[in-house]
Design a protein around this ligand. Structure first.
Ligand code: ZN
Length: 469
């Protein structure tokens, strides 16, 4: 491995896989489409988020909290990886003021019954001084009654490891026939990262650690019924009834304080487009409630990996006349990705949106607003226009409803596109006043596509749009 020592030390708690482009078994002879590792996030606890949208370390870290003592263990892990990536960028900047980086961490969670949950955290750290991202994986298996983490030996009977590994080899061979020649060395180390899942034990095999790197990081499920007595957690193999996620935060009833906007849009009158990034989240419905009361519409720039878990919210937004567009699959900085990766990020997100709304979006908003020529040319080839904004209330940074309200009211002018995030309760609070007050000031609240249409702007693929002026 060519990994720098300081990097190893800075990520002591993690198992790190450095992507090596030069190892001999690494030739991408077969084009493998990597399945996304994380798909649903609403089952265990509620998602927490750490973001930084202004650099030099761009941050998007999701992790769950369920109100028990193990929350702090996960949060501490998150703080450690955040801090070590932050420190590394700070160190690089001491000699190169232009150094920058990105950390992106996602999670997937599973409830097996009302007691046990498995969490998979998966992420990458990239700096401008590295040729490849560092990937990392961490699983947490939680006994929610005792409020402790489970050891792997609480879950699997390692005296039966040969049977378990046979099952693992069989599952890998089924799903990844091209991996068959590389299964000779399978040993217990391959079971290092396991998570208890709905249908079985999920085994995470990090990219290039055991198998050729072109296979990516693999997520293999060993079904409970095939594990038999090797699964020793002592829970029912299949839950009788899936556990309800924790109750949603209480929402105050919204009392309208202004009349709704009129039904038809008058192109000669002022209009603006509210846009909400990074959802759908638990706060999205509240924003939809406000939009509905005032007959207003907005544009939701959603993350592909979140939409299936909240497909009802996406459907409702669409039914209210809102526009649903993509914001990438998992909030990667698209300007740092290859053509194939960009294509996958954009099109899989559009697929997920289309599967709910029936409409393939022709525009998207890039995470961090990060755009380069490659991204523009791929967007042109794929038929996407790129949506920026003209008003940024920095809601992700202040998380303060008054400040968000003041910034939007002070900066908004006719044909503006207003950026905010349906991730924060403070933003939803601000919208209770922003939406009626913009309408009272004479603005019609429309979607981005409507704003462009009524402003006689024809959207062109590969072009960035800031407003409707
Ligand atoms: Zn974003």
């Amino acid at each position: 491995m060519l990994m720098k020592k300081k990097v190893i030390y800075s990520f002591l708690l993690l198992i790190i896989v450095l992507l090596t482009a030069c190892s001999s078994d690494d030739t991408p002879v077969i084009n493998v489409k990597e399945p996304p590792l994380y798909q649903s996030t609403v089952e265990y606890g509620e998602p927490n988020l750490i973001t930084d949208n202004k650099g030099p370390l761009w941050v998007y870290i999701r992790f769950p909290a369920a109100g028990n003592a193990t929350d702090e263990i996960i949060a501490e892990w998150v703080r450690d990886i955040h801090k070590s990536s932050h420190d590394e960028i700070a160190e690089l900047r001491a000699s190169d003021p232009k150094a920058e980086g990105e950390i992106n961490v996602q999670f997937d969670s599973y409830y097996v019954d009302d007691r046990y949950a498995g969490i998979l955290e998966n992420g990458m750290f990239m700096s401008s001084h590295k040729a490849h991202p560092m990937e990392f994986v961490r699983t947490f298996n939680i006994d929610t009654k005792k409020e402790t983490l489970l050891d792997n030996t609480d879950i699997l009977d390692y005296s039966q490891s040969e049977n378990i590994l046979n099952l693992l080899r069989g599952r890998i061979a089924e799903e990844y026939p091209q991996a068959v020649d590389h299964l000779g060395e399978t040993d217990e180390k391959w079971l290092e990262h396991i998570a208890i899942g709905h249908e079985g034990i999920i085994v995470i095999l990090e990219r290039s650690k055991y198998l050729p790197s072109y296979l990516g990081t693999l997520k293999i499920t060993l079904p409970y019924h095939k594990l038999g007595s090797a699964y020793i957690l002592g829970t029912d193999l299949v839950p009788e009834s899936p556990t309800e996620p924790p109750a949603k935060p209480p929402t105050k009833p919204i009392v309208p304080n202004a009349p709704p906007q009129s039904g038809d849009i008058d192109p000669s009158k002022p209009m603006v487009a509210l846009t909400f990034d990074d959802g759908p989240s638990r706060y999205t419905s509240r924003i939809l409630d406000i939009l509905e009361i005032y007959g207003a519409r907005a544009t939701f720039c959603v993350l592909g990996n979140l939409v299936n878990a909240r497909s009802d919210t996406v459907q409702r937004a669409f039914d209210l006349g809102c526009e649903i567009i993509g914001h990438s699959w998992d909030h990667r900085d698209l300007s740092k990705l290859t053509v194939d990766e960009i294509t996958q990020e954009l099109n899989e997100t559009s697929d997920a949106i289309e599967s709910i709304t029936g409409v393939w979006p022709k525009l998207y908003r890039p995470p961090y607003g990060a755009v380069n020529n490659t991204l523009k040319s791929v967007s042109a080839d794929l038929g996407y226009a790129i949506v920026y904004w003209s008003v940024d209330p920095l809601d992700w940074d202040t998380r303060n409803a008054d400040k968000v309200y003041d910034a939007i009211m002070a900066k908004t002018d006719d044909r503006a596109i207003i950026l905010s995030h349906d991730l924060y309760g403070s933003t939803a609070d601000a919208m209770e006043r922003v939406i009626p007050d913009l309408i009272s000031k004479g603005y019609q609240l429309v979607t981005v596509s409507e704003l462009m249409h009524y402003s006689n702007i024809t959207l062109e693929a590969g072009i960035v749009y800031y407003d409707g002026k």
